[in-house]
Write a protein of this length. Structure first.
Length: 67
């Protein structure tokens, strides 16, 4: 009887470990997706900033050539 209880306890403890490992893997996967999305957002923002800077420079050149 003691052996059966020990086996049940061991299986229960092992199950908890698997649950924690699974949760950590899921959290890691979510964090990876968040990082990838943040990188895409940063890339898009950089492209918009570059386009805006080119427009400003073009206007400055057009304004200085008219003077």
């Amino acid at each position: 009887m003691k052996t059966v209880l020990l086996v049940i306890a061991a299986v229960g403890i092992a199950g908890c470990g698997l649950d924690v490992a699974d949760s950590a893997a899921t959290a890691g996967s979510i964090k990876k997706r968040e990082i990838e999305q943040a990188q895409k957002t940063m890339h898009n923002a950089q492209q918009k900033l570059d386009a805006t800077m080119q427009q400003v420079q073009a206007r400055e050149r057009a304004g200085s050539s008219q003077e």
